[in-house]
Design a protein. Structure first.
Length: 238
């Protein structure tokens, strides 16, 4: 896999330098911060001519920085469920197929902290190069689990003491007034199809985001960010 751009590469150099297999800097590009971080992490880098660098980059905007890295490491769900207090909020993402959306969600999870993502193996985008580019280093700070079946993941989370909530347009509880227990697992459905019926059966609480403005709908990444922020705000409230 490759990381493109200053921020994703800098965060990887600081957080997980051992996962970097090769680092390329384009000649004539001002990237002293990347070079310093690489030296601090004892990672050698290749200064590459513009023609050779463009061969590596293709059409991707890179800011003159490319790193070849190890394949993304998923955290086993069982490991997430065993984490001590304060336990992370789980976001179970049902049929999120756009890598831009997943990358944005991963970045949000990293910024807020205390959030972990759970993806199904089927009908879902995995953590690929586009996701990493949009996440801007978020993959280093927010764990992601990959499971065969989200229904089974809900069952395991419930057995581990999690309450299962879902975000739906017809949700019964407005987000800002809902009273939810912890630890919490939130199912997020696809933009087109919502949450599948098989998952809906496991919901103990349904949430909705108030929209007093235009009768449109939130992008799935935006909706997830709003819910994650409200959960974090309450967690940090005195």
């Amino acid at each position: 896999m490759r990381l493109y751009g200053k921020r994703p590469v800098l965060e990887r150099l600081r957080a997980a330098p051992k996962t970097i297999r090769a680092l390329y800097l384009k000649q004539g590009t001002d990237n002293p911060d990347v070079a310093r971080a690489a030296k601090a992490a004892r990672i050698s880098f290749n200064s590459v001519s513009k023609p050779e660098f463009y061969k590596l980059a293709g059409e991707v905007h890179t800011q003159g920085v490319i790193a070849e890295v190890a394949e993304f490491h998923y955290t086993p769900l069982e490991e997430l469920l065993k984490k001590p207090e304060p336990r992370p909020c789980l976001f179970l993402l049902d049929r999120i197929t756009d890598p831009q959306n997943l990358g944005s969600i991963l970045r949000t999870a990293a910024c807020l902290g205390g959030v972990a993502l759970v993806l199904p193996k089927h009908e879902s985008v995995d953590v690929n190069e586009t996701v990493l580019r949009v996440a801007c280093g978020g993959e280093n700070f927010a764990p992601v689990a990959l499971v065969t079946n989200l229904v089974r993941a809900c069952e395991l989370a419930a057995q581990a003491g999690y309450w299962i909530a879902g975000a739906t347009a017809e949700g019964k509880e407005p987000l800002h007034t809902a009273d939810w227990p912890t630890p919490l697992a939130v199912v997020i459905g696809s933009e087109g199809g919502g949450i599948r019926p098989g998952l809906e059966k496991h919901l103990e609480l349904t949430l909705k985001i108030p929209m007093p403005g235009a009768a449109l709908s939130f992008n799935v990444a935006t909706a997830t960010a709003i819910i994650a922020y409200e959960i974090t705000r309450r967690r940090l409230a005195p």
